[in-house]
Design a protein around this ligand. Structure first.
Ligand code: DX5
Length: 211
C-alpha cells in the first residue's frame, strides 16, 4: 500500500503562498481546505486564490461547504484533480451520485468526507462508488487541533471491508498520529501545521510516510 502525503495549505504562510507550496514539492497531493463560513464556522479561500498557485502536485480540494454542487465547476476549471465533499452537506443518494458524476466528468476523482461524529453508515449508499473516503480526525474548520483517536475505529472498519478503497485522514496529523492512522489502514495523509510549522518540510513529509 503506497502512502500519499497531502500538505494542507490552510496552515501555510499566506504572505508567501507560492514559496510555501514550492517547499512541499516532495509531497504527492496538495490539499486546499475550502471553507464557506456556513458548513464550518471558518472562511478560508476559493478558486481565485488557488488559481494563482503553480505546482506539480495533484490539487485536492476539500469542500467544507454547504452546497458543494454549486462550487465544483470553478475548482475543476483551475485544474483540481480530486474533490471531496462532505456527507453531512449532501445527504440524498441521488444528489451524491450526480455530484460524483459531475466531478468525474470534469476529469477529477470524487471523495466523500465524514466528520468525527458521523458514522460510516451515513455513507453506506455510495461507499462502494467513491474514489476516496476522508475520515476526519478533527472537527473541521481549523488547523492545529488535537487528533481524535476514536476516528481510527472508522478507518479500521472501512479498511476491513474495502481493501482497495483510498482512505484519507485529516486533522491533528504528525509523525506519531500518521503512523497510527497508517497502521489502522489509511493510505492518504493530510497534514497542515505539522508540515508548515516545520523548518524542514521535506523531512516532515518523509516522517509521515515512514511506518
Ligand atoms: C480542518 C482541515 C484540515 C486542517 C489540518 O478543517 O480540514 O485539513 O487544515 O490541519 P492540521 O494538520 O494542523 O490539523
Amino acid at each position: 500500500m503506497s502512502i500519499l502525503i497531502a500538505p494542507s495549505i490552510l496552515s501555510a504562510d499566506f504572505r508567501r503562498l507560492q514559496e510555501e507550496v514550492d517547499s512541499v514539492a516532495s509531497a504527492d497531493w496538495l490539499q486546499a481546505d475550502v471553507m464557506d463560513g456556513h458548513f464550518v464556522p471558518n472562511l478560508s479561500f476559493g478558486a481565485p486564490v488557488l488559481k494563482t498557485l503553480q505546482t506539480d502536485l495533484l490539487l485536492d480540494v476539500h469542500l467544507m461547504v454547504e452546497n458543494p454542487a454549486d462550487r465544483i465547476a470553478e475548482f475543476l476549471a483551475i485544474g483540481a484533480k480530486h474533490l471531496t465533499f462532505h456527507a453531512e452537506a449532501v445527504e440524498a443518494t441521488d444528489a451524491r451520485r450526480s455530484l460524483m458524476e459531475a466531478i468525474r466528468k470534469g476529469g477529477a476523482t470524487a471523495g466523500i468526507a465524514l466528520n468525527p461524529a458521523t458514522p460510516i453508515e451515513a455513507v453506506e449508499d455510495v461507499i462502494e462508488e467513491v474514489d476516496l473516503v476522508l475520515i476526519m480526525t478533527v472537527v473541521p474548520g481549523f488547523g492545529g487541533q488535537a487528533f481524535i483517536e476514536d476516528a481510527l475505529e472508522k478507518v479500521k472498519a472501512v479498511r476491513a471491508r474495502f481493501p482497495r478503497l483510498m482512505i484519507q485522514v485529516d486533522g491533528g496529523i504528525n509523525a506519531n498520529t500518521a503512523r497510527m492512522s497508517i497502521d489502522a489502514g489509511a493510505d492518504n495523509i493530510v497534514a497542515g501545521s505539522f508540515i508548515f510549522q516545520s523548518s524542514d518540510r521535506k523531512a516532515a513529509i518523509a516522517s509521515l510516510r515512514s511506518r
